[in-house]
Design a protein around this ligand. Structure first.
Ligand SMILES: Cc1cc2nc3c(=O)[nH]c(=O)nc-3n(C[C@H](O)[C@H](O)[C@H](O)COP(=O)(O)OP(=O)(O)OC[C@H]3O[C@@H](n4cnc5c(N)ncnc54)[C@H](O)[C@@H]3O)c2cc1C
Length: 385
């Protein structure tokens, strides 16, 4: 079967990785329903990702990684999400952040080099825990209630982070903390020890297997050199495209499920499957419209980001637009897929209802819709300044 989505594979190297990731995704799809139902963290999937060398794909070559492009990361993440959205979103934070650190070089080099070595040798992963109950989404600029206090040789950090994806598996992570003495916010790399506890709060509608629990830090010591330095080179936030890639992957799985159903389901009174009915074809066409629009934009902006290295900050509005379209269209696509399938789409024995719940989470990953729209307005107005 020729798949439309395969047109996006550009060369043999990408093809080889796509084959490998498709195999992983198929295995993850088998386990997805159980992890979703139990809300359990898919340690088995992460063991497979580690074994396959997936975790080091965005690490720079100089530190032993594969240094894949943003375009390829988007493609592989989308394909992982086709099997299991939770696993793709969770590993996507790690993949994206390694890519971001590679291009922005915003950390001091020895700390980044150590992290890369741990990823390449031990299959370590990283994520940033910035969200908090009182200050909301960090993308809106709220000041964290987590604090860092200077002590001899480093810092003591206390606070509680929410939405801490990957928390069950990480042995180190980044937190944002407010420094009262400086009246400023900084990032710190925390190693998990007995002063760190994970409170298993993640019991949500969708993305149930991302392990996004609360993390409590009680006077955790962080050495001075693990206070991470500034912004580095502004890369426009291209790495965040792992998010739209994830939700489009789920939408593609829903679309394929509906297409396969429409092509095979032949109710008793019909001599052809329901795909022959004009109204069903119309709904399929509507799904394609939503899918191909978002997909084309996502891949074109990823490709531009890779190519236009000097222009990345100026791509921010379009990067946000790609996320906006992908997540909102993904919600519509899953809805249309369920209309095609009908009543059995509600069954917990079938994957569509999980897709329906999972895509909803995309609205609450950054950048949020109102931020994207505001950014588009500001960018447009700036042309007339
Ligand atoms: C599956 C999943 C995984 C996640 N993983 C991580 C992670 O690994 N690390 C992490 O740090 N975070 C993570 N997050 C958290 C995420 O980044 C957000 O912090 C979280 O979803 C809360 O965002 P919010 O917009 O609802 O929060 P809030 O900022 O509290 O906003 C709540 C509501 O208030 C309104 N509002 C608030 N401020 C404004 C404003 N300035 N302008 C307009 N309206 C406003 C909006 O209506 C908004 O919907 C994850 C979230 C999800 C769903």
């Amino acid at each position: 079967m020729t798949r439309w989505v395969d047109q996006y594979i550009r060369n043999e190297e990408e093809q080889a990785r796509v084959w490998q990731v498709d195999k992983l995704a198929a295995a993850f799809a088998e386990r997805a329903a159980r992890h979703d139902r139990e809300g359990s963290f898919p340690f088995d999937n992460f063991a497979d990702l580690r074994e396959a060398g997936y975790l080091k794909l965005t690490v720079p070559k100089v530190y032993g990684g594969e240094e894949i492009s943003l375009y390829e990361m988007v493609m592989l993440q989308e394909r992982l999400a086709y099997g299991d959205g939770s696993t793709a979103l969770a590993v996507g934070w790690h993949m994206g952040q390694m890519l971001h650190l590679r291009t922005s070089r915003k950390w001091q080099e020895p700390v980044f080099a150590d992290l890369c070595a741990a990823v390449v040798k031990d299959g370590a992963m990283i994520n940033t825990f910035a969200s908090e109950a009182a200050s909301g989404s960090p993308s809106r600029g709220g000041r964290p209630e987590t604090t860092a206090t200077a002590v001899p040789g480093g810092w003591l950090i206390s606070g509680r982070k929410t939405f801490s994806t990957l928390s069950p598996i990480l042995d180190r992570f980044v937190v944002t903390a407010y420094i009262p003495d400086e009246d400023g916010v900084s990032d710190f790399m925390v190693s998990r020890d007995e002063q760190v506890s994970i409170i298993e709060t993640w019991d949500t509608l969708g993305m149930r297997a991302t392990g996004s629990h609360d993390v409590v830090l009680d006077q955790v010591f962080v050495p001075a050199d693990h206070r991470l330095t500034g912004k580095g080179t502004d890369d426009g936030g291209g790495w965040l495209l792992h998010i739209p890639a994830c939700y489009l992957g789920i939408a593609l799985a829903a679309r394929d499920y509906a297409l396969s159903f429409a092509n095979s389901y032949k109710p008793g009174q019909m001599d052809k499957p329901i795909s022959s009915i004009p109204s069903v074809q119309h709904t399929i066409g509507q799904m394609e419209l939503e899918l191909r629009t978002a997909h084309t934009l996502l891949y074109s902006i990823a490709e531009r980001w890779d190519r236009e290295t000097e222009n990345r900050p100026a791509l921010k509005a379009d990067l946000g637009l790609a996320k906006y379209l992908a997540t909102n269209n993904a919600i519509k696509i899953v809805d249309l897929a369920m209309r095609i399938v009908g009543g059995t789409s509600l069954s917990r024995q079938q994957p569509l209802e999980r897709y329906y719940r999972d895509v909803r989470a995309g609205l609450h990953n950054p950048p949020m819709d109102n931020v994207v729209i505001q950014n588009l307005a500001v960018t447009a107005l700036s042309e007339f300044e």
